[in-house]
Design a binder for this molecule. Sequence first.
Ligand code: AMP
Ligand code: ZN
Length: 466
Amino acid sequence: MSLKFYNTMERRLVDFQPLVEGQVSMYCCGPTVYNYAHIGNLRTYIFEDVLRRTFETLGYEVKHVMNVTDVGHLTGDGDEGEDKMLQGARERGRTVWEIARFFSDAFFEDATRLAIEKPSVVCPATEHIDDMIALIQKLESKGLTYQAGGNVYFDTSKFPEYGRLALLDRQETSVARTSYDSNKRNLRDFVLWFTRSKFDGQAMVWDSPWGRGYPGWHIECSAMSMKYLGESFDLHCGGIDHIPVHHTNEIAQSEGAIGKPWVKYWLHGEFLLLSKEKMSKSTGEFLTLQKLIEKGYDPLDYRWFCLGAHYRSPLTFSWEALEGARNSRRNLLDKVREWKRAGEPLPLSEAGKAYLAQWREALENDLAMPQALSVLWAVVKDTQLPPGEKLALALAMDQVLGLGLAQLSAPVEEAVPSEVQTLVQERLAARKAKDWAESDRLRQEIKNLGWLVEDTPQGPVVKRAV
Ligand code: AMP
Ligand code: ZN
């Protein structure tokens, strides 16, 4: 079966053909580092990690680039509202630079705890201002920009393809906006460079041909993706909320500048929902990975919870559902430990190979993770397959699952020393004689030697005291 993905641009499943045979160039919009990532954001990064690992497991060489938005993102995606970094700095009594560093570190710590592989290139926007200025100049030289009210805008009327990704109605005359920027010539025009900031104390500003100021949010992704992946590349990802504004504007800037197709495939992850509402940093109510950990969950319980749904299906978070994921993950880990105790991974028989083929087929079918997991559970339940083959399959699947199964240690069955065995037999005799005091004394003596004895209907069981 060939590798297929749902390309948002075409609204259908299409065969994946990379620009360069055997290689994948992918760009994922990264976090805006003015606050902790919420578990909704993290769902999107888990989806992108599964995508990357799938390519790797299928033998592709992946170049994965992710930006860090540390400047220019306003609370409204369409240039309205407040600067997110300034908001974060004010709320916490820190400088914007301190806020950016702190939340960027916090984000990567969360990612590590979720077994999300680090992108090949991580690029903070503030370190690429010159690249953004150069791109805006290119757009300017092509007549795609105008200046008004001290800002530089992208003129969407000069880019006939504008809105193709989001299937926007080009004739539309009204867009729901809380505050409309009267400098804009067309409703959907957007800022490339701000010089006259609408915020007091704008701390992140740079010199530019248009005056001292800072970039709009969208230009960073166009500039940095092309810098690291070349003018055209294979794949661009993000959450579905990026389709109508952010990705639409990225396409206008990039294709406006290069005059040819920019990204071949667009993949978007559906939202994590909280009680039927989308989770949002801006509205205040959101859950972090740390909160889950404080409630006693392992970060991988959350990863496993996310893996249970297809990336294109909305997923509703609840504590009960997370509890279910924890139980199911523990169950799987117990099985893997059992297989490890039985011995080493074995080469796959025909039946084992058939499972692996089904697993890959599910992944190749637009990352059909629920289908892929049903193959894993079929392996668990198989009564014919030897444990060594089950183990080999689980380890192969874990290249995508990321549960750390290779590091899982098999419980060692330690031989009970003869001295302890003798005491256990003596205790058994004491119990038969109903000499409870002697039985308790022997139990303590056994304990002093580092062993525990438990009475079961099948007789005494001896375990190492931990
Ligand atoms: P941000 O830090 O706001 O730029 O968002 C980072 C990523 O999280 C983007 O790819 C968003 O599309 C995505 N995202 C935001 N909210 C959610 C949510 N509730 N569920 C899943 N992904 C989300
Ligand atoms: Zn982006």
